[in-house]
Ligand binder design. Structure first.
Ligand code: FES
Length: 339
């Protein structure tokens, strides 16, 4: 059974496979703890165990002082969990950590992907850039001091550019102001990167992507990264939108599905009132996913969309065997918690 490790105070999560040491699991998933000998003798990797149970099947923890052992400290390099665990350990470097910058990006391209979705392709200044991880977001600033979060729609595959999908309707003062600024200056102010729902490397669980509306932008970045890092891991994207036209890059996941045996794509439409030519699914995203996967135990779900959709999905998925730690979403950042 896979165990979950939670590290306080930053509320970081990683997964530990049977027989694996805590340090090995953390390093495999891109978390950086301080450590030295990896033999249980130097004590550098000591951390306080707040909850759960561990054992030392292979190495005696001689690096622990008596008072540390009495205070429930453990050695991460040699301890193997026997349950989910909670650790207290400050100073852990997470895989998504990066310096936050505020920079002007040049608008290299602006394309209408549908009647309301604008694709922005943005280039950084020549000497610097926002270094991001797949799945993070930036704050887009307008000259009047307003700002909004937008998922970065591409993985950082060698280039430095940033792609954003912006929904624009005339009643929206923010997007109107943004597009007026672009027309005038051909540049935008970005701040970031932010967000902890990044692509989790070092895992081989089947991946399910739930994308609601422009939540596709977040899914797209994660899938691009998954295709690069683990193309054989099964992936299934479910994209839900109001109308077929709102599946504004439908041809891209269709192409992934054609080119990649491990990738499946299932779209669904919520406003199927007969006015569109649509022969596909009309079921809500959470229900559609459990029609395909009645048992979600052992899968990792990335959910991208409005917080209400994500919370509905989580509640529904928990009834189908998914542990909440196996659902990753930015929605929990907005709601002030993190799984
Ligand atoms: S790294 Fe030396 S005791 Fe764990």
């Amino acid at each position: 059974m896979t165990f979950v490790a939670r590290v306080l105070p930053d509320n970081l999560l990683f997964f530990i496979e049977p027989g694996e040491t805590i340090l090995d699991a953390a390093l495999r998933q891109g978390f950086d703890f301080s450590y030295g000998c990896q033999q249980g003798s130097c004590g550098t990797c000591a951390a306080k165990l707040l909850e759960g149970k561990v054992s030392y099947p292979d190495i005696e923890p001689i690096g622990l002082e008596e008072d540390e052992a009495a205070a429930n400290f453990i050695l991460l390099c040699s301890a193997v969990p026997e349950s989910d665990i909670v650790l207290q350990h400050a100073g852990v470097t997470s895989p998504w950590s990066s310096t936050i910058k505020k920079l002007s990006y040049r608008v290299a391209e602006m394309n209408m992907l549908s009647s309301t979705i604008v694709q922005l392709l943005l280039e950084p200044p020549t000497d610097t850039a926002i270094h991001f991880h797949a799945g993070q977001y930036v704050e887009l600033h307008t000259p009047d001091g307003e700002h909004r979060p937008y998922s970065i729609a591409n993985a950082p595959l060698g280039g430095k550019h940033i792609e954003l999908h912006v929904r624009h309707v005339v009643e929206n003062p923010f997007s109107t102001n943004l597009l007026n600024t672009i027309a005038e200056k051909q540049e935008v102010q970005l701040e970031g990167p932010f967000g902890r729902c990044t692509f989790r490397s070092g895992l081989s669980y089947p991946l399910i992507f739930l994308a609601g509306g422009t939540g596709f932008s977040h899914s797209k970045a994660l899938i691009e990264q998954a295709i690069q890092l683990s193309p054989k891991v099964p992936m299934h994207l479910f994209w839900g939108a109001k109308t077929p036209a709102d599946l504004y890059m439908n041809e891209l996941p269709l192409r992934w599905q054609q080119e990649l045996p491990s990738f499946q794509y299932t779209p669904t439409i919520s406003r199927s009132d007969g006015t569109y030519d649509w022969q596909g699914h009309t079921t809500s995203l959470p229900k559609l996913i459990t029609e395909f996967y009645p048992n979600l135990n052992g899968t990792l779900v990335y959910a991208s969309g409005p917080p209400t959709l994500v919370l509905d999905a989580l509640n529904h998925f928990e009834q189908h065997g998914l542990r909440r730690e196996f659902l990753c979403s930015d929605a929990f950042d907005y709601l002030g918690e993190q799984t």
